[in-house]
Design a protein around this ligand. Structure first.
Ligand code: AP5
Ligand code: MG
Length: 192
Protein backbone atom coordinates (compact mmCIF):
# COMPACT_ATOMS: atom_id res chain seq x y z
CA UNK A 1 0.00 0.00 0.00
CA UNK A 2 1.24 3.45 -0.94
CA UNK A 3 0.30 6.22 1.48
CA UNK A 4 1.70 9.66 0.79
CA UNK A 5 1.39 12.77 2.91
CA UNK A 6 1.74 15.72 0.56
CA UNK A 7 2.69 18.78 2.53
CA UNK A 8 3.49 22.33 1.48
CA UNK A 9 2.42 25.93 1.82
CA UNK A 10 -0.78 27.26 0.23
CA UNK A 11 -0.19 27.32 -3.53
CA UNK A 12 2.76 24.92 -3.39
CA UNK A 13 0.99 22.53 -5.77
CA UNK A 14 -0.46 19.90 -3.44
CA UNK A 15 -3.73 19.57 -5.34
CA UNK A 16 -2.03 19.66 -8.75
CA UNK A 17 0.54 17.00 -7.90
CA UNK A 18 -2.01 14.84 -6.03
CA UNK A 19 -4.04 14.56 -9.24
CA UNK A 20 -0.94 13.43 -11.19
CA UNK A 21 0.05 10.91 -8.49
CA UNK A 22 -3.47 9.54 -8.19
CA UNK A 23 -3.71 9.03 -11.94
CA UNK A 24 -0.30 7.36 -12.30
CA UNK A 25 -0.31 5.13 -9.20
CA UNK A 26 -4.05 4.47 -8.81
CA UNK A 27 -4.20 5.76 -5.25
CA UNK A 28 -7.07 7.71 -3.72
CA UNK A 29 -6.79 11.45 -3.26
CA UNK A 30 -8.04 12.91 0.01
CA UNK A 31 -7.95 16.72 0.09
CA UNK A 32 -9.10 17.93 3.50
CA UNK A 33 -9.63 21.40 2.03
CA UNK A 34 -12.06 19.91 -0.53
CA UNK A 35 -13.86 17.93 2.20
CA UNK A 36 -14.31 21.12 4.24
CA UNK A 37 -15.47 23.17 1.21
CA UNK A 38 -18.01 20.42 0.42
CA UNK A 39 -19.39 20.74 3.96
CA UNK A 40 -19.65 24.53 3.52
CA UNK A 41 -21.54 24.00 0.26
CA UNK A 42 -24.26 22.01 2.11
CA UNK A 43 -25.16 25.18 4.05
CA UNK A 44 -25.16 23.23 7.35
CA UNK A 45 -24.46 24.85 10.74
CA UNK A 46 -21.13 23.01 10.81
CA UNK A 47 -20.40 24.35 7.33
CA UNK A 48 -21.02 27.90 8.53
CA UNK A 49 -18.56 27.45 11.40
CA UNK A 50 -15.97 26.02 9.00
CA UNK A 51 -16.55 28.85 6.51
CA UNK A 52 -15.85 31.44 9.21
CA UNK A 53 -12.44 29.85 9.80
CA UNK A 54 -11.41 29.04 6.21
CA UNK A 55 -12.42 32.39 4.72
CA UNK A 56 -10.08 34.10 7.20
CA UNK A 57 -7.29 31.64 6.48
CA UNK A 58 -7.35 29.98 9.91
CA UNK A 59 -7.10 26.26 10.52
CA UNK A 60 -10.09 24.14 11.52
CA UNK A 61 -9.61 22.63 15.03
CA UNK A 62 -7.65 19.38 15.26
CA UNK A 63 -10.49 17.40 16.86
CA UNK A 64 -12.85 18.24 13.99
CA UNK A 65 -10.22 17.16 11.45
CA UNK A 66 -9.55 13.94 13.36
CA UNK A 67 -13.15 12.84 12.82
CA UNK A 68 -12.81 13.37 9.06
CA UNK A 69 -9.62 11.30 8.83
CA UNK A 70 -10.81 8.57 11.19
CA UNK A 71 -14.00 8.07 9.14
CA UNK A 72 -12.03 8.08 5.92
CA UNK A 73 -9.50 5.46 7.02
CA UNK A 74 -12.14 3.25 8.67
CA UNK A 75 -14.13 3.12 5.42
CA UNK A 76 -11.27 2.37 3.02
CA UNK A 77 -12.11 -0.52 0.66
CA UNK A 78 -10.05 -3.70 1.09
CA UNK A 79 -8.56 -3.33 -2.42
CA UNK A 80 -7.43 0.29 -1.85
CA UNK A 81 -3.95 0.85 -3.31
CA UNK A 82 -3.25 3.73 -0.95
CA UNK A 83 -4.02 7.38 -0.32
CA UNK A 84 -2.51 10.76 -0.94
CA UNK A 85 -3.24 12.90 2.08
CA UNK A 86 -3.39 16.42 0.58
CA UNK A 87 -3.39 19.03 3.33
CA UNK A 88 -3.42 16.65 6.29
CA UNK A 89 -1.68 16.70 8.72
CA UNK A 90 -1.20 20.44 9.24
CA UNK A 91 -0.16 20.50 12.89
CA UNK A 92 2.15 18.29 14.94
CA UNK A 93 -0.88 17.06 16.90
CA UNK A 94 -2.52 15.99 13.60
CA UNK A 95 0.70 14.22 12.56
CA UNK A 96 0.77 12.30 15.84
CA UNK A 97 -2.89 11.30 15.44
CA UNK A 98 -2.35 10.16 11.87
CA UNK A 99 0.63 8.00 12.82
CA UNK A 100 -1.46 6.26 15.50
CA UNK A 101 -4.44 5.80 13.18
CA UNK A 102 -2.29 4.33 10.40
CA UNK A 103 -0.57 2.01 12.88
CA UNK A 104 -3.96 0.80 14.07
CA UNK A 105 -4.61 -0.44 10.50
CA UNK A 106 -1.03 -1.72 10.00
CA UNK A 107 -0.22 1.08 7.55
CA UNK A 108 2.46 3.71 7.28
CA UNK A 109 3.18 6.69 5.03
CA UNK A 110 5.95 8.71 3.46
CA UNK A 111 5.92 12.50 3.70
CA UNK A 112 6.72 14.60 0.64
CA UNK A 113 7.25 18.29 1.33
CA UNK A 114 6.79 20.74 -1.56
CA UNK A 115 9.16 23.67 -1.07
CA UNK A 116 8.20 26.83 -2.98
CA UNK A 117 9.43 30.44 -2.66
CA UNK A 118 6.94 32.79 -1.04
CA UNK A 119 6.73 35.23 -3.95
CA UNK A 120 5.81 32.39 -6.27
CA UNK A 121 3.13 31.09 -3.87
CA UNK A 122 1.49 34.51 -3.77
CA UNK A 123 1.72 34.93 -7.54
CA UNK A 124 0.12 31.51 -8.18
CA UNK A 125 -2.72 32.03 -5.71
CA UNK A 126 -3.53 35.57 -6.90
CA UNK A 127 -3.68 34.19 -10.43
CA UNK A 128 -5.88 31.27 -9.36
CA UNK A 129 -8.09 33.66 -7.37
CA UNK A 130 -9.23 35.31 -10.62
CA UNK A 131 -11.33 32.21 -11.38
CA UNK A 132 -11.30 29.85 -8.35
CA UNK A 133 -14.18 31.46 -6.43
CA UNK A 134 -12.31 30.52 -3.24
CA UNK A 135 -12.96 32.98 -0.40
CA UNK A 136 -9.36 32.58 0.78
CA UNK A 137 -7.67 33.44 -2.55
CA UNK A 138 -7.14 37.17 -1.90
CA UNK A 139 -3.89 38.87 -0.94
CA UNK A 140 -4.62 39.49 2.78
CA UNK A 141 -5.90 35.98 3.39
CA UNK A 142 -3.11 34.44 1.31
CA UNK A 143 -0.52 36.22 3.48
CA UNK A 144 -2.30 35.04 6.63
CA UNK A 145 -2.49 31.43 5.33
CA UNK A 146 1.24 31.51 4.65
CA UNK A 147 1.94 32.87 8.16
CA UNK A 148 -0.23 30.10 9.68
CA UNK A 149 1.66 27.57 7.56
CA UNK A 150 5.01 28.77 8.98
CA UNK A 151 3.70 28.78 12.56
CA UNK A 152 1.65 25.60 12.66
CA UNK A 153 2.45 23.36 9.70
CA UNK A 154 6.17 23.76 9.01
CA UNK A 155 7.10 22.08 12.34
CA UNK A 156 5.68 18.78 11.07
CA UNK A 157 8.74 18.47 8.82
CA UNK A 158 10.81 17.89 11.96
CA UNK A 159 8.23 15.43 13.21
CA UNK A 160 8.56 13.31 10.04
CA UNK A 161 12.34 13.65 9.99
CA UNK A 162 12.36 11.96 13.38
CA UNK A 163 9.34 9.67 13.18
CA UNK A 164 8.89 8.67 9.57
CA UNK A 165 10.12 9.02 6.03
CA UNK A 166 10.69 12.62 5.00
CA UNK A 167 11.45 13.82 1.44
CA UNK A 168 11.74 17.42 0.30
CA UNK A 169 10.97 18.43 -3.29
CA UNK A 170 11.83 21.70 -5.02
CA UNK A 171 8.38 22.90 -6.07
CA UNK A 172 9.57 26.04 -7.84
CA UNK A 173 9.86 24.23 -11.17
CA UNK A 174 7.24 23.42 -13.79
CA UNK A 175 4.44 21.04 -12.86
CA UNK A 176 6.03 18.31 -15.00
CA UNK A 177 9.46 18.76 -13.40
CA UNK A 178 8.01 18.68 -9.91
CA UNK A 179 6.12 15.49 -10.77
CA UNK A 180 9.36 13.91 -12.03
CA UNK A 181 11.00 14.56 -8.66
CA UNK A 182 7.98 13.08 -6.87
CA UNK A 183 7.93 9.98 -9.09
CA UNK A 184 11.59 9.31 -8.29
CA UNK A 185 10.80 9.37 -4.58
CA UNK A 186 7.72 7.17 -4.93
CA UNK A 187 9.44 4.63 -7.20
CA UNK A 188 12.38 4.43 -4.81
CA UNK A 189 9.97 3.69 -1.97
CA UNK A 190 8.09 1.13 -4.02
CA UNK A 191 11.38 -0.62 -4.61
CA UNK A 192 11.16 -0.06 -8.40
P1 AP5 B 1 -6.51 23.68 1.24
O1 AP5 B 1 -7.64 23.56 0.33
O2 AP5 B 1 -5.66 22.51 1.50
O3 AP5 B 1 -5.66 24.94 0.77
P2 AP5 B 1 -4.12 25.34 0.90
O4 AP5 B 1 -3.27 24.49 1.76
O5 AP5 B 1 -4.15 26.76 1.27
O6 AP5 B 1 -3.54 25.05 -0.49
P3 AP5 B 1 -4.15 25.37 -1.90
O7 AP5 B 1 -5.23 24.37 -2.18
O8 AP5 B 1 -4.49 26.80 -2.01
O9 AP5 B 1 -2.88 25.14 -2.81
P4 AP5 B 1 -2.22 23.78 -3.30
O10 AP5 B 1 -0.96 23.53 -2.53
O11 AP5 B 1 -3.21 22.67 -3.35
O12 AP5 B 1 -1.79 24.22 -4.74
P5 AP5 B 1 -2.53 23.99 -6.14
O13 AP5 B 1 -2.13 22.67 -6.68
O14 AP5 B 1 -3.97 24.28 -6.03
O15 AP5 B 1 -7.05 24.20 2.66
C1 AP5 B 1 -7.90 25.31 2.72
C2 AP5 B 1 -8.25 25.61 4.16
O16 AP5 B 1 -8.96 24.49 4.73
C3 AP5 B 1 -7.08 25.84 5.12
O17 AP5 B 1 -6.61 27.17 5.06
C4 AP5 B 1 -7.73 25.51 6.45
O18 AP5 B 1 -8.57 26.56 6.86
C5 AP5 B 1 -8.62 24.33 6.10
N1 AP5 B 1 -7.93 23.04 6.27
C6 AP5 B 1 -7.61 22.15 5.27
N2 AP5 B 1 -6.98 21.09 5.79
C7 AP5 B 1 -6.90 21.31 7.12
C8 AP5 B 1 -6.32 20.59 8.20
N3 AP5 B 1 -5.69 19.41 8.00
N4 AP5 B 1 -6.40 21.12 9.44
C9 AP5 B 1 -7.02 22.28 9.67
N5 AP5 B 1 -7.58 23.04 8.69
C10 AP5 B 1 -7.51 22.55 7.43
O19 AP5 B 1 -1.81 25.11 -7.02
C11 AP5 B 1 -2.08 26.46 -6.80
C12 AP5 B 1 -2.08 27.19 -8.16
O20 AP5 B 1 -0.78 27.14 -8.70
C13 AP5 B 1 -3.01 26.53 -9.19
O21 AP5 B 1 -3.58 27.53 -9.96
C14 AP5 B 1 -2.05 25.66 -10.02
O22 AP5 B 1 -2.51 25.53 -11.34
C15 AP5 B 1 -0.77 26.45 -9.96
N6 AP5 B 1 0.43 25.61 -9.94
C16 AP5 B 1 0.61 24.46 -9.25
N7 AP5 B 1 1.85 23.96 -9.44
C17 AP5 B 1 2.46 24.82 -10.30
C18 AP5 B 1 3.77 24.84 -10.90
N8 AP5 B 1 4.68 23.88 -10.63
N9 AP5 B 1 4.07 25.86 -11.72
C19 AP5 B 1 3.14 26.85 -11.99
N10 AP5 B 1 1.90 26.87 -11.48
C20 AP5 B 1 1.55 25.87 -10.62
MG1 MG C 1 -5.19 22.42 -2.68
Amino acid sequence: MLNIILCGAPGSGKGTQSAFISQKYGVQHLSTGDVLRAEIATGSELGKQIDALISKGNLVPDDMMYGVIENYIASLPADCKGTIFDGYPRTVAQAESLTKLLQKYNMDAIMIDLMVDEQLLIQRLIERGKTSGRADDNLNTIRHRIAIYHQQTEPIAHYYLHHGSYFAVNGNHTMADVFLQIMRIIDMNLGC
